[in-house]
Write a protein that binds this ligand. Structure first.
Ligand code: FE2
Ligand code: FE2
Length: 283
């Protein structure tokens, strides 16, 4: 398998004019995406730490190079997602308390007591989830009707997740190749991601209901391809898709990951990554 070159792009994204319901004017869809956004920066720094603890044991020069590319890409993602937090706060969301609990539970408590190999395995599993999300995002262009700044952030992130999707997995294979580690990592990564994603969504959505309404007319021209007159239709189509997403994308992806002999590079995602970068003028 020839891997994608892990180029560390660092786009300059301005979130200044993004409406609160940036996902086609829909509160629920916007907050589902906002919720996972809250988990990214600290999560990505954890991924980097977890891989870094084993990087010295890796002798393959190509994998060593990919590890360095992985650090840079995740570092840039974390910074850009944090830049988006600032706009969320201006929009009226209170996120500090949630971020602190998330930090304490996952990275001050669990990370401290978990074996380092388990953290690495959880990272490899989390990268399977980001790859699943990225593939779904790009192939269905799910941010076509989102605010352009968020579309750029998430398409760029998705492309780079596909580019580096097998780095943590290959490090895990090198230092802890057993199926048990892989499965334990999926159990830990999958359950923490699900728990905190749902918790973040419930919190954001509840806060959002109490914030002043955004008049539809104020969204005109701010939502990429979407026309205000079509928003109801777009939102209905998104709802229908969402119902299938959990079963098709996540459960299918978990089953795949637990299959003996699985490797993330079985699917060549390089064309999809290129497609995403081209769509946002970053090819
Ligand atoms: Fe990332
Ligand atoms: Fe990643």
């Amino acid at each position: 398998m020839i891997h994608a070159q892990l180029e560390a792009r660092d786009p300059d994204i301005s979130f200044a004019d993004v409406p609160r319901h940036w996902m086609a004017g829909d509160r629920v869809a916007s907050n589902i995406a906002n919720a996972v956004n809250l988990l990214f920066p600290a999560g990505e720094r954890f991924f980097v730490r977890s891989v870094h603890k084993f990087a010295q044991q890796i002798e393959d020069p190509e994998l060593r190079l990919r590890i360095r590319g992985f650090y840079k890409q995740e570092g840039h993602h974390a910074r850009q997602h944090e830049a988006w937090f600032a706009t969320m706060k201006r929009q009226g969301f209170e996120i500090e308390e949630f971020l602190e609990i998330y930090q304490r539970v996952c990275y001050e408590l669990i990370e401290k007591v978990a074996p380092e190999k388990l953290s690495l395995a959880a990272t490899a599993a989390a990268e399977q989830f980001t790859a699943l999300l990225a593939r779904d995002t790009i192939s269905n262009d799910i941010f076509a009707n989102a605010a352009p700044a968020l579309r750029q952030l998430l398409m760029w992130h998705a492309a780079e997740e596909l580019e580096h999707k097998s780095v943590a997995f290959d490090v895990l294979q090198a230092v802890a190749p057993g199926w048990g580690w892989r499965a334990a990592g999926m159990l830990m990564g999958g359950s923490l991601l699900t728990t905190f994603w749902i918790a973040a969504f419930v919190m954001l959505n509840a806060q959002d209901r109490k914030l002043p309404e955004e008049p539809r007319e104020s969204l005109r021209g701010k939502l990429g391809a979407a026309r205000i007159e079509q928003l109801d239709e777009i939102v209905a189509a998104m709802k229908a898709r969402r119902k299938k997403l959990a079963a098709r994308v996540f459960l299918g992806g978990i089953a795949d990951y637990l299959r003996p002999g699985f490797h993330p590079d079985e699917i060549d995602d390089r064309p999809l990554a290129e497609q995403a970068l081209a769509a946002i003028g970053m090819a």
